[in-house]
Design a binder for this molecule. Structure first.
Ligand SMILES: Cc1ncc(COP(=O)(O)O)c(C=O)c1O
Length: 396
């Protein structure tokens, strides 16, 4: 920061020629590193073992730790969350059409389209940002084979209703828990709902493996298939019994994941503290509401999500412009919605017509910087800045 640079007048804003509030950029999703010495110790050990990938010690250990942490029967570590989604979709035998939200990261839709499955974009509940089960029912056709729910921001989908819909219509139910590692729902860890759940351990995620992902499931059959699929279909030396790809996680990634898992509670504590500072700082700021978490459940607090509504008097995009000029790299998520990205925009030009809640959210949602790289003082300054912008919205 450049000192207590409170903004008193419009010209103090960096966008209008004032000094930027922060001398360095504050990012959403700056990686959490865990303990450096531990990681380097593991990397040296990997080099000593000369075992870099293919069911090495670290990947095996990482999978066991995830299984213990989530209370699931099987964890299959993979090279990233997108390939994990692709493999889960394939192992579940999905074809035809699969229902999913448009308000998510585009990898969810790509994992389907990549395999010639039509993503059917369904609207979300504006209160939860997750799939609206009633809208899901309306999207079912005789080509539907599955539902992909995304636990956005780590907040759970309405799993009971989705399980009921899937059960009634004979559909497979896959969850994308990329945001929800370490979060619980009705007292059970996310990862235990539906047929399987996917996690991303990308660098921006709460627990990261540099690049990485996993599928977890309580089904022995599904787990067996996915283990084959991620390793070219090899069931032993020279023996390929299935079609597969290369979805393997490498040992260095697993070592990073284990280091992050060791430091997980400390990271949650920092995220929670940051979240509470934002909650305090944004209380009473007109038109800016912070997304709430259910305090009875476990949470990773990895995302600080605000919605900027019309009463703020300043549009979300103008606010982003001002924040960026102050070196606060707040991000619009998941703008403009998968259905407005290619190839979906061209293939399904009518999709937006049935997504009113999604259309509104993509105009309102903003994620603010958090994680171990952001101090409490910085958060107080960001909140003051947002408050200043709202108070002076008429001039901005
Ligand atoms: C909800 C969601 N699903 C899937 C992915 C894809 O994961 P990866 O980047 O590990 O491929 C991401 C983000 O990266 C995500 O946020």
């Amino acid at each position: 920061m450049t000192g207590r640079d409170t903004k008193h007048k419009i010209e103090d804003l960096a966008l209008f020629g004032g000094h930027a509030l922060f001398s360095e950029q504050l990012h959403v999703g700056r990686p959490n590193l865990g303990d450096r010495e531990t990681f380097l110790f593991h990397v040296n050990d990997i080099l000593d073992r000369r075992w870099l990938t293919n069911r090495g010690h670290y990947v095996t250990e990482f999978e066991r730790r995830i299984e213990d942490c989530l209370g699931v029967k099987h964890c299959i570590a993979m090279c990233n969350g997108t390939v994990a989604l692709e493999i889960a979709v394939r192992a579940l035998g999905l074809t035809g059409e699969v229902i999913l939200p448009s308000f998510t990261f585009v990898a969810c839709a790509h994992a389907l389209q990549w395999q010639q499955i039509r993503p059917v974009f369904c609207d979300v509940d504006p209160a939860t940002h997750n799939l609206d089960p009633q809208r899901v029912r309306e999207c079912i056709t005789d080509r539907t084979t599955g539902i992909m729910g995304v636990h956005l921001w780590g907040r759970p989908c309405d799993t009971d209703s989705l399980e009921q819909v899937a059960g009634t219509h004979g559909l497979r139910l896959l969850f994308d828990g990329s945001h929800a590692f370490g979060c619980s729902h009705s007292g059970r860890m996310i990862g235990n709902f539906g047929d399987a759940a996917v996690f991303s351990f990308h660098a921006t995620k709460f627990v990261n493996t540099l690049e990485g992902g996993a599928v977890v499931t309580n089904s022995d059959e599904l787990a067996g298939k996915m283990r084959l699929m991620k390793n070219f279909g090899f069931s032993g030396l020279d023996n390929v019994i299935y079609i597969g790809t290369n979805g393997k996680m490498n040992e260095v990634s697993a070592a990073m994941g284990l280091t992050c898992l060791d430091g997980m509670e400390a990271i949650i504590e920092t995220n929670r503290r940051n979240y509470e500072r934002y909650a305090e700082g944004l209380t009473g700021v007109r038109g800016v509401s912070l997304l709430r978490y259910d305090l009875r459940e476990k949470h990773n607090y990895q995302y600080v999500v605000v919605e900027v509504d019309d009463t703020a008097g300043i549009g979300r995009d103008r606010l982003v412009e001002i924040l960026h000029a102050e070196n606060v790299r707040a991000r619009r998520y998941f703008y403009p919605g998968c259905h407005r990205m290619e190839p979906y925009r061209t293939l399904q030009p009518e999709a937006g017509g049935v997504l009113p809640a999604t259309e509104q959210l993509v105009q309102r949602v903003l994620c603010l910087p958090t994680g171990t790289a952001v101090s409490e003082e910085a958060i107080a300054a960001i909140c003051e800045l947002i408050s200043f912008c709202v108070e002076n919205s008429r001039s901005l």
